[in-house]
Design a protein around this ligand. Structure first.
Ligand code: UDP
Length: 472
């Protein structure tokens, strides 16, 4: 059977393009999905834009295996002053340039010498780039969007798009089927603060412009995690397929050959420093803290975090990106030696999987949330913007694997005492037990979903079989 999978069942292999959006949290799950497709015997080319190439650490990684390639296409960034571009200008420039360069790439792929052996049959594109479907269809192939948010968040945005959630919000709670009642600070910030993020909301709305035309909608989530939301989506005839969590098999005890690294790192991780330091700590004694690839915290919040972490009675490993380092209190790094470690980027999955880590103080980016859930790590959540508040709500109230740090209503800042108290709530042997127990259940369910024959694995198999059977 394995050989059959590798070779294709008699028919020629198919070639699938996976077009990512060049931001860390959007690249990782799509790159992982691409690896998964390749592991099922398809030729897969990850498409990203030239502007990310300098920072992509593993561009020529051999661990990709023979079925997986990467192509860089132009996004028009060379012709503009990126620093002075508005978000709207960026999106428009990106759309125009990638429409052209993606078309060019498809033509090149179809004219390549092995095109008859690996006919180009499908384009998977990030949901924020619906124009890619037009490019694919003009080339005579089909395409499908990939949502890198949770299904709940995808649903909320759709309610705004369809007018079933009116903005600005009337009343104190947003009520939507299959979603718990959401207060203003549980909603995605593009929805709760429309006036602050009009361009982002517009981009989120675009995801639905051609959704009725597609036969597949991929979501980095798994059936049991968002069962009710999935049921609702299906009741609306959305062709949703959960294919996550897109986490390398080694962390979930599987054994796929081409799956040793995670995503594509746009930052350089301090692998050895982190792992050696964690090895020296007792099981369950470390708080891992990170706010993702984009967070831009205020100096005040950074200081409160520094004090909160240092005042708590636990060890901590804190990712503070290079661009954020100057916000740390003076001499902080020296002050914490032994008890804490600050690095500018870490191998997050390896860290989360390490037995020394007892909880994750997180901004609740969707990838971080799903990674912690899948590796059984309870969370202390401090969401900032975008979809993070909604993910945080699900962590505390639906999946019940963590607690949320309260922020001061006026300043929006979480105080050090509050941070230390919430950490204790989750780390404490007794108080934290219920979170650890719930986390381990989600870990099992995540593994079940991606294991051979699991719900996500079946969806991927079904997709591969369909693509394979396409006759061009
Ligand atoms: N990440 C990492 N090392 C770090 C911090 C983050 O590898 O030190 C990865 C993390 O595993 C996740 C991604 O970067 O896959 C961040 O995505 P997420 O959606 O959590 O947050 P965003 O960066 O989009 O805010």
């Amino acid at each position: 059977l394995d050989l059959e999978k590798q070779m294709g069942t008699g028919a020629a292999q198919s070639h699938i393009l996976v077009f990512t959006f060049p931001v860390q949290g959007h690249m990782n799950p799509m790159v992982q999905f691409a690896k998964r497709l390749a592991s099922k015997g398809q030729r897969v080319t990850i498409v990203t834009t030239i502007s990310t190439s300098k920072s992509v650490q593993k561009l020529n990684s051999t661990s990709f295996g023979s079925n997986l390639r990467m192509e860089l296409i132009s996004d028009g960034s060379k012709q503009v002053d990126q620093d002075s571009e508005t978000i709207e200008e960026f999106i428009e420039r990106f759309r125009i340039a990638t429409s052209k360069s993606l078309t060019k790439l498809m033509t090149k792929v179809r004219n390549s010498s092995d095109a008859s052996q690996y006919p180009l049959k499908f384009l998977v594109y990030h949901s924020a780039m619906p124009w890619a479907l037009d490019v694919a269809r003009r080339q005579g192939i089909d395409g499908a969007p990939f949502f890198t948010t949770s299904c709940a968040v995808a649903t909320i945005f759709h309610h705004v798009y369809a007018g079933t959630l009116k903005l600005p919000l009337e009343g104190s709670r947003a009520i939507m089927p299959s979603i718990p009642p959401l207060a203003l600070n549980d909603l995605p910030s593009f929805v709760s603060h429309v006036e602050s993020y009009p361009a982002y909301l517009k981009l989120a709305m675009k995801q639905y412009s051609n959704l009725k035309e597609v036969n597949w909608i991929f979501c980095n989530s798994f059936d049991k995690l968002e069962e009710e939301v999935l049921n609702w989506m299906e009741s609306q005839d959305w062709p949703v397929k959960m294919i996550g969590p897109t986490i390398p098999s080694i962390f979930l005890d599987q054994k796929l050959e081409d799956d040793k690294d995670y995503g594509l790192s746009l930052f350089k991780p301090s692998v050895e420093t982190c792992m050696k330091w964690l090895d020296s700590k007792q099981p369950g004694s470390v708080v891992y803290a990170s706010f993702g690839s984009l967070a831009d915290l205020t100096i005040e919040q950074t200081e409160e975090l520094a004090r909160g972490l240092n005042n708590s009675s636990y060890n901590f490993l804190w990712v503070v990106r290079e661009s954020e380092k100057e916000k740390l209190p003076k001499n902080f790094v020296e002050e914490i030696s032994g008890k804490g470690l600050v690095v500018s980027w870490c191998p997050q999955l390896q860290v989360l999987a390490h037995k020394a880590v007892g909880c994750f103080l997180t901004h609740c980016g969707w990838n971080s949330t799903l990674e912690a859930l899948s590796l059984g790590v309870p969370m202390v959540v401090l969401p900032h913007w975008a979809d993070q508040p909604t993910n945080a709500k699900f962590v505390t109230d639906v999946w019940k694997v963590g607690v949320r740090v309260k922020v001061n209503k006026k300043s929006g800042v979480a105080k050090k005492e509050e941070i230390a108290m919430r950490i204790k709530e989750v780390m404490d042997k007794e108080k934290g037990m219920k979170f650890r127990k719930a986390s381990l259940i989600w870990k099992e369910l995540a593994k079940e979903a991606v294991d051979e024959g699991g719900s996500s694995d079946k969806n991927i198999e079904e997709f591969v079989a369909t693509v394979r059977s396409i006759n061009l």
